[in-house]
Design a protein around this ligand. Structure first.
Ligand code: UDP
Length: 206
């Protein structure tokens, strides 16, 4: 097992993997700040480094865009990392490379895409759909039937009421209360949540 990324977020993922009995052979990073994490060797790599495609890996980088870039560049056997003290219904679909931290609840008929982060203490209620590369931050709560588009970042402590659709590559600032649908690329803050800017770049269309 390789963990790609050697930052603070990576420590949490290495901790989960070790806790569920998965041996981490090495951690790789383009610009490592340390040469080991929990005694596991950190190796410097570049975007040209070629890995064995049969190797299991998790991308442990918080940025949704960087996780997507790395996932598209490196064809690892991507693996989920699900904390043993999270509560994930068996009636949930979780895509490859997605990580679920401690004290998360995910209720039935939720679909979570590839390379998502469901961070510590988040709640994802019944029938939510999270597309690839989404990050739900610590203690955020999505009520039932919420949809979150590709690459969107829901900040710490956000509340989203039932049935809301959040577009792709949107950002919901910490503590916001989302009571209206959010368009692609929008940044929403406050209670009630309001749009303060919209990134209309083509990157949001993919
Ligand atoms: N990184 C990398 N390859 C890239 C971009 C970033 O290995 O193409 C690494 C970077 O060197 C850093 C980590 O990803 O070690 C990102 O860490 P940061 O503290 O920015 O955020 P976190 O992932 O902890 O949220």
């Amino acid at each position: 097992m390789i963990v790609y990324g050697a930052s603070g977020h990576a420590k949490v993922i290495v901790d989960i993997l070790l806790g569920i009995g998965i041996k981490v052979d090495k951690i790789v990073d383009a610009d490592p700040a340390a040469d080991e994490i929990f005694g596991i060797r950190v190796e410097k790599v570049s975007s040209e480094t070629v890995f064995n495609a049969d190797t299991q890996a998790v991308i442990a980088i918080g940025s949704n865009r960087i996780r997507k870039e790395i996932a598209l560049r490196h064809p690892f056997l991507y693996t989920e990392a699900i904390h043993p003290r999270s509560c994930v219904s068996p009636y949930v679909i979780i895509g490859e490379g997605t990580v679920v931290m401690a004290n998360v609840s995910v209720n039935p008929d939720v679909v979570i895409g590839k390379h998502c982060i469901i961070n510590t203490g988040a709640v994802v209620e019944h029938d939510c759909i999270l597309e690839d590369y989404v990050h739900i931050s610590p203690n955020a709560a999505l009520a039932g039937n919420v949809t979150v588009g590709e690459g969107s970042h829901v900040g710490a402590g956000v509340s989203v009421i039932p049935g809301i659709r959040i577009g792709k590559w949107a950002t919901i600032g910490a503590g916001a209360v989302v009571i209206r649908d959010v368009p692609d690329g929008a940044t929403v803050v406050g209670n009630p949540g309001r749009i303060i800017k919209t990134d209309t770049s083509d990157e949001n269309a993919d």
